[in-house]
Design a protein around this ligand. Structure first.
Ligand code: AMP
Length: 303
């Protein structure tokens, strides 16, 4: 079953304590769709400029990603520049150039309006809403965002959130969006904005999900070598949505498994720069790591 995603396709320039790369393939839509493609069919709606190389298009096609909704517009591709210190959980944005995204009006190709699984990857919340308005009756709408939009487009974001089932954001963004330092209270107030599930990404500390009636926590897979956390969040979301779409089951038990698949995918993404690790990843490695995460949290109850 197919997933529809709208998000950025980008050139990223990234510095971490372990190295740096300049203008490599990145973007929230790119990371998401690549990750989801290990589980399900994905259709990507985005825009790139005339400077976007065929080599990157070929990579996305090699992952079987439907690119009918990828527009090529006059101008330059979106660019993002970021730096990470030894605390790899926090990205410091150095520069954001929207370029072709400034005049982008997402238009769903015919057939896409029946998508059952929709992911609004990190992008201008006004564009997220425009996509949502073109979709008929989705089974699950999930959404990501970041400080850039919480600060710059809060009103549009709150409007989008009314139509979202699952919001996936990082811990700092939860506090910023709710304007509340306590995570549990912040989560409650975000659930009041519309989403039924709030999935809080906590980098190397894992994920915690809040719903009205339950809380679920999953650890991140402990890694010895983390090179570049860029795209971890989108790759998480790709595994999460990809798994749900492949099972056609959005029960809480299935959502919990999807969270672990998301964490597993993110753990691979951070092992190398850009999407390099995704290029060699095989499905059997994903399953193997899923089993290891399960063992991480197994313990006996009280007698
Ligand atoms: P994350 O998964 O949160 O690490 O997302 C990283 C990706 O988000 C990078 O590949 C960037 O190209 C992309 N990105 C950064 N800022 C923005 C923005 N303001 N809008 C859309 N995408 C962005």
């Amino acid at each position: 079953m197919s997933i529809l995603v709208v998000g950025s396709v980008a050139f990223d320039s990234v510095e971490t304590p372990f190295g740096e790369v300049d203008e490599v393939l990145g973007g929230s839509g790119t990371y998401f769709s690549t990750s989801a493609s290990f589980f399900s069919d994905v259709s990507l709606v985005a825009v790139v400029g005339e400077d976007f190389p065929q080599e990157h298009v070929e990579f996305l096609k090699s992952r079987n990603i439907d690119l009918t909704g990828l527009q090529v517009a006059p101008g330059k591709t979106f660019r993002w520049k970021g730096r990470y210190g030894y605390d790899l959980n926090e990205a410091h944005t150095l520069d954001t150039q929207l370029n072709v995204f400034e005049s982008f009006a997402p238009q769903l190709p015919s057939g896409f309006e029946d998508a059952e699984y929709v992911f609004l990857a990190n992008i201008d919340p006004e564009l997220q809403l425009q996509v949502l308005q073109q979709v008929r009756r989705p089974k699950l709408v999930a959404c990501d965002t970041m400080n850039f939009w919480i600060e710059g487009k809060r009103e549009a974001l709150v409007k989008t959130l009314r139509h979202v089932d699952t919001l996936l954001i990082n811990e700092g963004e939860v506090r910023q969006l709710a304007d509340e330092p306590n995570l549990v209270k912040a989560a409650r107030s975000i659930l009041d904005l519309g989403p039924k599930n709030l999935v809080v990404k906590r980098g190397e500390y894992g994920v915690i999900m809040f719903t009205e009636h339950s809380t679920f926590a999953a650890p991140a897979f402990p890694l010895e070598a983390v090179f570049d956390p860029t795209g971890a969040g989108d790759t998480f979301a790709g595994g999460f949505m990809g798994y749900l779409a492949s099972t056609q089951n959005v029960s809480e038990a299935s959502v919990r498994q999807a969270i672990v698949f998301g964490s597993v995918m993110a753990s691979f993404a951070v092992e190398d720069f850009s999407l390099n690790r995704m290029k060699t990843l095989e499905y059997k490695e994903i399953e193997e790591r899923f089993r290891k995460v399960k063992l991480l949290t197994e313990f006996d109850g009280l007698e």
